[in-house]
Design a protein around this ligand. Structure first.
Ligand code: ZN
Length: 368
């Protein structure tokens, strides 16, 4: 594989809303059952709804070929948001973007004012292709601006003709396939926006391989899309008569918001070590029995959330006061009561944090 990474492996879709844990119907599980719950994500990842078709990325004229195929569907991306039809994604046919030039062939060049065409994959059943068309930031400018975009240009008209929404707003409104496509498009577009220059020599990079490579113009070095792993974990104290879950409040969150702890994996660090380190740094609790539960792409701008459970070895809380300003242990009763009364605000239903919390609780919780 030319890319040197496992890019031909089918993606792990993360449909929103997340499926409920199996015990949801029977109410909260007893402490003895709680260690046995399976990832609420696993049931959903069996169906591959988009074939990323990595073998096609180096195909000559791939974008032109797909633009000539009336079955092709495009996602429009602008400033990290997606074109919507008011409900779900606005999936546009090639005719709808016929006037938009293809980057390099037209003299636009691969600079900030150029639209970018990214190959997202194929429908596994029909073989129809999916593209993302990333419109330049300045396409929403009112007049001829410093980037030189004409207000009557096709990219400006596309921005004006559509409604736009971010992934968070769209969560829960998209089916599994569209959620996968939207996440892939936003993540890839964000990588291009931030990697216009070679990290080795500082010279410009240009798009290649239908959006999956950026090549340094000076050295011809190829750069590949990056993902930053982050761990997110539910920490459980089973030492007392009633199990308790540890939730924290981060400094930058809205008041009363409580969620699982999370943090970035550091260079050279294993995931389990990152879980142990982050929990200890943020709240002073020692954990072991770290187990992987599932993942969620979080392209804001480039994270992959890796969900874990961990068992508390110590229970005394000492918040770092910097990232985390409050942290508490909750029994199931306390959690349900405080979420219902609004005393605490839980994370969004479309988040892995919520899935971890409800996975421990054993069912759906009120709020949000
Ligand atoms: Zn370079």
């Amino acid at each position: 594989m030319a890319y040197g990474r496992g890019v031909n492996v089918p993606s792990r879709p993360d449909p929103a809303p997340l499926p409920r844990p199996p015990s949801a119907r029977s109410g909260p599980s007893s402490p003895s059952e709680a260690g046995a719950w399976a990832s609420p994500f696993l049931a959903a990842v069996e169906v591959v709804s988009v074939d990323r078709a990595a073998h096609r990325r180096t195909e000559d004229g791939l974008v032109a070929t797909l633009r000539a195929d009336p079955r092709t569907r495009l996602l429009l991306v602008h400033r990290g948001r997606l074109a919507t039809d008011g409900d779900g994604l606005a999936l546009v046919g090639p005719d709808g973007v016929a006037d938009v030039p293809e980057d390099d062939a037209t003299g636009y060049g691969d600079h900030e004012a150029s639209p970018r065409w990214l190959f997202l994959g194929e429908d596994p059943a029909s073989g129809a292709g999916f593209l993302a068309l990333v419109l330049p930031d300045a396409a929403d400018a009112d007049g001829l601006d410093i980037e030189g975009i004409d207000p009557s240009s096709p990219v400006t008209l596309l921005v004006r003709e559509h409604e736009w929404a971010g992934l968070r707003q769209l969560a829960g409104r998209l089916d599994a396939r569209d959620h996968v496509l939207a996440t892939e498009a936003v993540a890839l577009a964000s990588w291009h926006a931030r990697h216009g220059r070679c990290p080795r020599c500082g010279e410009p990079t240009v798009l290649a391989s239908a959006g999956w490579v950026r090549r340094c113009v000076a050295q011809s070095i190829e750069h590949y899309p990056r993902t930053d792993p982050a761990v997110i974990m539910s920490v459980v104290d089973s030492s007392g008569p009633r199990e308790r879950l540890l939730l924290g409040h981060a400094a930058h969150w809205p008041e009363r918001r409580f969620s699982t702890l999370a943090g970035y994996v550091e260079p050279g660090e294993g995931l389990e070590d990152a879980v142990r380190r982050e929990v200890h740094e943020e709240v002073g609790v020692v954990v072991d029995d770290v187990r992987y539960r599932g993942s969620q792409p979080w392209p804001f701008p480039a994270s992959l959330m890796l969900g874990f459970t961990a068992r508390a070895v110590t229970t005394e809380i000492r918040v770092d006061g910097d990232e985390v300003t409050d942290a508490r242990w909750f029994t199931r009763d306390e959690l349900a009561r405080q979420a219902a009364s609004g005393e605490i605000l839980l994370p969004s239903r479309a988040s892995i944090a919520r899935a971890l919390i409800e996975g421990w609780y054993g069912g759906e919780l009120p709020g949000a």
